[in-house]
Design a protein around this ligand. Structure first.
Ligand SMILES: [Zn+2]
Length: 84
């Protein structure tokens, strides 16, 4: 029997057989540091009340835009009350 050791990136959770590759993976990720722009559609054009696009400034200075793909979890009645 041979015991195997693996390493998991603490950010994306990818698993590696060697520590160096795992450290390279962790160092490769860039995190958003600020929301630069939030774009909503009108109530007539957008199927959801949430932003259609959000642009983030990343830690390395890049400006990256993310597009709403889907609602992952619908709001609960309790959360709607807390928003007001
Ligand atoms: Zn990673």
């Amino acid at each position: 029997m041979k015991e195997l050791k693996t390493y998991q990136c603490g950010i994306c959770e990818s698993v590696y057989s060697d520590e160096a590759s795992c450290k390279t993976c962790e160092a490769s990720h860039r995190h958003p540091i600020m929301i630069e722009k939030i774009v909503f559609g009108s109530y007539q054009s957008s199927p959801v009340p949430y932003p259609e696009r959000i642009q983030f400034r990343m830690g390395d200075g890049a400006l990256v835009q993310y597009v709403c793909e889907r609602i992952v979890e619908q709001p609960t009645t309790e959360n709607e009350v807390n928003e007001q």
